[in-house]
Design a protein around this ligand. Structure first.
Ligand code: NAP
Ligand code: MG
Length: 508
């Protein structure tokens, strides 16, 4: 694939229009595969956030949007899906040249997942339970009671650079499905697809329903997390920034959803089919060069087959092709930045220093035609113990730690011995054995003989410090609503209202 990079300047997207930032500053978006400038993007300010929140508030106050019939809303979600499909090639190209994701993954997975997400929620909004009627008890007196689901209001989303358009969609789709309005701050490495997505979506929703303010986390992100008119904040990113956002959001008591980091364990049982489990384990950790939050970064392998597994993993890893993400033959693209590359290399050094055995990779790689890119060879460490830094901290790069065990109970205990709980996996020929292990694993998603298989109709989110709340599926619709209890008394006479005696002692 080739992408025609005409260096564009992007203003902010507010109230259905491209609007200049009040500060007139920009930041550069650079292709991590070759260091080329891709775009200049407006660096928004607190005042820009105010403008976007104002537009989102005005749009939310319109009955036309908030009180729309589910059937109409469903049509809108399907129309968005259609528009994403029509613009798929452009979105995939923009995302590849900014995030370093391969067009093979983006084109055959991410963009189709987005289409399916909007369609799935388009289906769910039709039969969603917007209102429940409660039974009327005879005491203290007959009444009609309802529970209504209502939109929350203005929602803010702060998203990371690894899967920018998909993760933005995980927030935009349920927010719009439930009648909210949204202001998004994309990661500064990768704002382009979110901006384009907002433009596409705004063709079918009223102005102000979707807004994008680009700029730094410190300025734009914090302004959103503290804005009194933002009633919900949905954040995906590192646990460290997540903690900070949670504390900022506490001031105005915002409804908060956090999707954070992971150090996901994958447990290989002795009876596993290695022809499946070995490529599966590498698929679990090296997809997108290890920059996926639910990557399987700790692999637990039984003593008896340990050496054999290490040999097999090494052989398969060494076949992976690093290259330009635009080339369909590329298996692994670059990591996002120089800083991220340095951070990954320093974790690799630490692994060696702490006594892990480097089996393959471990170094930066120069790719022909992409000399200024940040490529790291798929790296495997053997003889890792669960207390080493490379087994405890999220590296967010192509590094697998293989940990030895003798009893399955030990593997499960070590698997759970982490602050994270996003994903986990078990490889075995015996599904009954698998369920026993799955039951004990403390993670929001567990794969049996597979990895990365998320579904738009199933919830995704973390246990422990991997997050709060769930995205996708029907759970995501609940997450973008409030519940209201409505009580209608059916006792028209004051004297029959026995409960009034709680105040009036003297009723005649
Ligand atoms: P990050 O550094 O936490 O940044 C995420 C977003 O937060 C970016 O938009 C960033 O803006 C913004 N931000 C930074 N500092 C902020 C502040 N003080 N206040 C408000 N916003 C702030 O994460 P990242 O490096 O982009 O992404 C990698 C991390 O995301 C990994 O830890 C990964 O596990 C996690 N992740 C989790 C999931 C999940 O679903 N659980 C999915 C993907 C990624 P700038 O870009 O302008 O700094
Ligand atoms: Mg960061």
């Amino acid at each position: 694939m080739s992408v025609n990079v005409e260096i564009k300047s992007y203003p902010l997207f507010i109230n259905g229009e491209w609007i200049a930032s009040e500060a007139n500053r920009t930041f550069d978006v650079v292709n991590p595969a070759n260091g080329e400038l891709v775009a200049k993007v407006a660096s928004g300010t607190k005042k820009d956030v105010d403008r976007a929140v104002e537009a989102a508030t005005a749009a939310f106050e319109q009955d036309e949007w908030r009180e729309m019939a589910p059937k109409e809303r469903s049509k809108i979600l399907y129309a968005i899906a259609q528009k994403i499909m029509e613009n798929a090639e452009e979105l995939v190209g923009l995302e590849a040249i900014s995030s370093g994701g391969t067009v093979r993954r983006l084109g055959s997975n991410d963009v189709l997942q987005m289409v399916d997400l909007f369609q799935t929620l388009g289906k769910f909004v039709i039969d969603y339970t917007y209102s429940e009627t409660l039974p009327s008890p005879p005491f203290p007196g007959p009444a009609h009671n309802f529970i209504w689901r209502e939109p929350i209001g203005v929602c803010a989303a702060i998203t990371p650079w690894n899967m920018p358009m998909l993760i933005a969609s995980w927030k935009i789709a349920p927010a719009l499905a439930m009648g909210n309005t949204i202001v998004i701050k994309p990661a500064s490495y990768t704002p382009l697809t979110t901006l384009r997505l907002a433009e596409i979506i705004s063709e079918v929703v009223p102005p102000g329903v979707i807004n994008v303010v680009t700029g730094s986390g410190k300025e734009v992100g914090e302004a959103l997390a503290t804005h009194p008119k933002v009633e919900k904040i949905a954040f995906t990113g590192s646990t460290e920034v997540g903690r900070h956002i949670m504390s900022l959001a506490s001031n105005t008591i915002k409804n908060t959803t956090l999707e954070l980091g992971g150090k996901s364990p994958s447990i290989l049982l002795e009876d596993a089919d290695l022809s499946l489990a070995l490529p599966g384990s590498l698929f679990g950790v090296f997809l997108h060069s290890g920059q996926l939050c639910e990557s399987g970064t700790r692999l637990f392998v039984p003593d008896k087959i340990y050496d054999h597994v290490i040999d097999g993993l090494k052989e398969l890893s060494e076949k992976l092709v690093l290259g330009n993400p635009l080339d369909l033959a590329t298996d692994m693209g670059p990591v996002i930045s120089e800083t991220q590359k340095e951070s990954i290399l320093s974790y690799i050094e630490k692994g060696k220093q702490e006594g892990a055995r480097l089996v393959c990779g471990g170094q930066e790689v120069k790719v022909e035609g992409c000399e200024k890119g940040h490529f790291i060879a798929p790296t495997i460490f053997a003889d890792v113990t669960n207390d080493m830094t490379i087994a405890r901290e999220e590296i967010f790069g192509p590094v697998l730690s293989v940990i030895r065990y003798s009893e399955v109970e030990d593997a499960v205990r070590m698997a759970n011995d982490t602050i994270y709980g996003l994903a986990a996996g078990v490889w075995t020929a015996d599904v009954n054995k698998a369920y026993k292990v799955v039951r004990k694993l403390r993670a929001g998603v567990v794969w049996i003989n597979d990895w990365h298989m998320l579904r738009n109709d199933a919830p995704f989110g973390g246990y422990k410090q991997s997050g709060i709340g769930r995205e996708m599926g029907r759970h995501s619709l609940d997450a973008y609503t409030q519940v209201k209890h409505v009580h209608t008394s059916m006792v028209p006479e004051a004297e029959r209202r026995t409960w009034y005696s709680l105040l009036f002692s003297n009723q005649s």
